[in-house]
Design a protein around this ligand. Structure first.
Ligand SMILES: O=C(O)C1=C[C@@H](OP(=O)(O)O)[C@@H](O)[C@H](O)C1
Ligand SMILES: C=C(OP(=O)(O)O)C(=O)O
Length: 437
């Protein structure tokens, strides 16, 4: 991938009426369930990001046919639960932890061997969290010291287990439930804190019997999935950058349309409201079984908070943006209980702390969070470490900074948010490519 650096300059106010692209978590799952269903699944609002396209390409290599009637749509020709075909080619998940961990569960139940690989960032991320419990189910998966590539040996009979997950992770839960479709008996996952339940709701929509409640999910092997169409809501995690931008730039008033409001995703709304933000939820409705609504965000000065521990898992992807909101708030914001941030696309605590320090913000890194003192953000040069959410967060910082912020290594924004720069500049950002030195 060619390197791309951005410069974010003072701009705003952030005003307009926009829709962000489709949800990444739902798009990955719609492809996977569509692939192993009987019949044809039409996905609308599909995220045309590199992460989700990587999942589609892998399923294509495994013999699934897709049509693309228009951008943001996929028609998946399901091959049935046992219809995937093996390939000797490595299956490249790119930058996507979700793709790799969910596919590990799906592939553990197949009759053929498969190898999952990823880019440099994904190759450094922990995989034992899925390979250990899948091993308890009977799968055999070789790793490189607990990290990718994953060599999955096919043809192993799986049996259901009850798994008390040590980590609140929808990826772990989903990997086990996917393997559970192929297992003898019951597979149950119990979480330390409830996580996003798209796998459960989609299994139900595809006609697979499933029992679930927040923090618990249980499936039995031996049923079939029947194709249903999937409407993908706009991704709350993508909306988050615009929500924070409108909160912190004076004069802003922004409407974000049709945003998915799964309660296990919206911790950022609760956090910002505690900080004094002005966010209205309008036109609440349901689409494809998910709550969606328009969010209307207006600027109002924020104040620092001690973030309640119980909302941390509900905003796990929104911390980089929250760090910027905290830097703009009056007083101190304390974040604890967020050690998972250290094993995302980058170590998001260190990457945000280093970047904010480079812009003159007072921030102390903690093992599981940070203490951030609000104040003026200066110009500077920051490295996103190829982490899409870090790059977009510093784009917000640049909007309110006293001098331009240069953000290194931004190409991976295309993994989750294609078209971010154009959409952002359309509502008041001032973001462009950095010129080579
Ligand atoms: O299941 C999913 O779609 C996701 C779960 C989360 O990861 P963890 O399960 O590692 O918390 C999140 O960070 C990721 O962006 C998407
Ligand atoms: C953590 C993320 O994704 P993944 O785990 O799929 O790479 C993310 O998108 O912030």
């Amino acid at each position: 991938m060619t390197r791309l650096d951005w410069v974010s300059r003072a701009g705003g106010p952030v005003r307009g009426d926009i829709a962000v692209p489709g949800d990444k978590s739902v798009s990955h799952r719609a492809l996977m369930f569509g692939a192993i269903a009987e019949g044809t699944t039409h996905i609308r609002g599909f995220l045309e990001g590199e992460d989700t396209r990587a999942t589609a390409a892998i399923l294509g290599k495994l013999g699934v046919r897709f049509d693309t009637p228009a951008p943001g749509e996929r028609v998946v020709h399901g091959v049935g639960l046992h219809g995937l075909r093996g390939t000797t080619e490595p299956l490249d998940c790119g930058n996507a932890g979700t793709g790799m961990r969910l596919l590990a569960g799906l592939l553990a139940g197949q009759g053929f061997d498969a190898t999952l690989v990823g880019d440099a960032s994904l190759s450094g991320r922990p995989m034992r969290r899925v390979t250990d419990p899948l091993g308890q189910m009977g799968a055999q998966i070789d790793t490189h010291d607990g990290k990718p590539p994953l060599r999955i040996h096919g043809g192993r009979p799986l049996k259901g287990i009850t798994y008390h997950s040590p980590v609140a992770s929808a990826q772990i839960k989903s990997a086990l439930l996917l393997a559970g479709l192929y297992a003898e008996g019951t597979t149950e996952v119990i979480e330390p804190h409830p996580t996003r339940d798209y796998t459960e709701s989609m299994l139900k929509a595809f006609g697979w019997p499933i029992e679930y409640s927040p923090g618990k999910a249980k499936v039995q092997g031996g049923h079939a999935l029947r194709a249903v169409d999937v409407d993908v809501p706009a991704d709350f995690s993508s909306a988050a950058f615009f929500i924070v931008a409108a909160c912190v730039v004076p004069g802003s008033a922004l409407r974000l349309k049709g945003v998915g409001l799964n309660p296990r995703r919206t911790g950022l709304l609760a956090a910002l409201e505690l900080m004094g933000a002005d966010i209205a939820v309008e036109n609440e409705r349901h689409s494809g079984g998910e709550a969606i609504a328009d969010l209307v965000v207006r600027h109002r000065p924020l104040h620092g908070v001690a973030l309640p521990l119980d909302i941390v898992p509900d905003m796990i992807d929104e911390f980089p943006a929250l760090f910027v909101a905290a830097a703009c708030a009056e007083g101190m914001t304390t974040i604890r209980g967020a050690a998972e941030l250290r094993v995302k696309e980058s170590d998001r605590i260190a990457t945000m702390a280093n970047g904010l320090k480079a812009c003159g913000v007072m921030i102390d890194e903690l093992p599981d969070g940070a203490m951030i003192r609000g104040g003026p953000i200066g110009g500077g040069s920051v490295d996103s470490h190829g982490d899409h959410r870090i790059a977009m967060s510093f784009a917000i910082a640049g909007l309110v900074a006293t001098a331009p912020i240069t953000i290194g290594d931004c190409a991976n924004v295309a993994t989750s948010f294609p078209g971010f720069v154009e959409l952002a500049n359309g509502v008041g950002f001032n973001l462009g490519p950095a010129l080579p030195p």
